[in-house]
Design a binder for this molecule. Structure first.
Ligand code: SAM
Length: 284
């Protein structure tokens, strides 16, 4: 005798550990997909507090509720720093959030996304549609390839490059090297600029210090800025910008457009570069 069964949802608490004694913990209501891809462990889950969430190798990549902070700050700070960003490259970023923000800038003619892992793109489209929903836009070209190789093969091609990579483990290790920043300089046009996510200043000071030093040795203008992202370890996240010509701190008032954002404003554009002393020390 068969009876209708209730779907059993196995709830659990997920922790992303930073040290053996500290982590960030969330209640997970269900796991949609779990797979070891060619490059990393991919998990797509539903959290109780932050909506659907993408994990790669056990690290939080993005959640539906707070994704706007990271994606707006990766995209709009460099795009308003550059006076005419027409060709933009995203290295990593397979969830599509940075692309969605880039497309808010009408002067961008083409945005190329190069993520090494096609599975991230596939499952983001399926479970994070509000984030990945613009990946099919006609202005967007999506390539599944190693961003390091794509940069090595590009010359004088982009106005702005955004490195939206995983932390420096697994396939992203090369994206935190001086050779990569030198490649980015070559891949940019003569007045180009780039930004890379450079982790948090509580547990990964070494990553920030090294990235800032390497970028400073490669670009005439180097700046560090921060944003508050609750689901990333420590909540305080850094971004390192290298620019051949334009300084984000000198962005003229009239350049700021009227785009729809939830975190980014012209005031945040400037204020994000005001660093707490212990973070500023990492740049000296
Ligand atoms: N916002 C996130 C964070 O800071 O935690 C990262 C977003 S996640 C979409 C980063 C992406 O970088 C992943 O999709 C991963 O596949 C991609 N990635 C890692 N190494 C890469 C490489 N060498 N080339 C291109 N993409 C890479």
């Amino acid at each position: 005798m068969y009876r209708k069964q209730e779907v059993i949802r196995l709830e659990f608490w997920f922790t992303e550990k930073q040290t053996k004694d500290f982590g960030i913990t969330m209640r997970v209501k269900q796991t949609y997909h779990s797979e070891k891809t060619e490059f990393q462990q991919l998990d797509m889950v539903e959290t109780a507090e932050f909506g659907n969430m993408l994990l790669l190798d056990g690290m939080v990549m993005t959640t539906e509720r707070d994704e706007f902070v990271y994606h707006e700050m990766v995209a709009h700070v460099p795009l308003y720093t550059h006076p005419n960003p027409r060709h933009v490259l995203v290295v990593g970023g397979g969830d599509g959030g940075v692309i969605r923000e880039i497309l808010k800038h009408p002067e961008v003619e083409k945005a190329t996304l190069v993520d090494i892992d096609g599975k991230v793109i596939e499952y983001s489209k399926k479970y994070l549609p509000t984030i990945a929903g613009k990946l099919e836009d006609p202005r967007v070209e999506v390539k599944v390839d190693d961003g390091f190789m794509h940069i090595a093969e590009s010359e004088n091609a982009y106005d702005v490059i955004m490195v939206d990579s995983t932390e420096p483990v697994g396939p992203a290790v090369n994206l935190f090297t001086k050779g990569f920043y030198e490649g980015i300089s070559k891949a940019l046009k003569e007045d180009g600029l780039f930004v890379a996510q450079t982790d948090n200043p509580w547990f990964h000071q070494d990553v920030i210090r090294k990235a800032f030093k390497d970028v400073k040795e490669t670009f005439p203008v180097t700046r560090l800025y921060t944003a508050n992202i609750p689901t990333y370890p420590s909540g305080l996240w850094t971004f390192t910008m290298g620019s051949k010509k334009y300084d984000p701190l000198e962005t003229p008032e009239e350049r700021f457009g009227n785009i729809d954002t939830k975190y980014y404003t012209p005031e945040i554009h400037r204020g994000a570069f005001l660093l707490p002393k212990f973070v500023k020390d990492l740049t000296e």
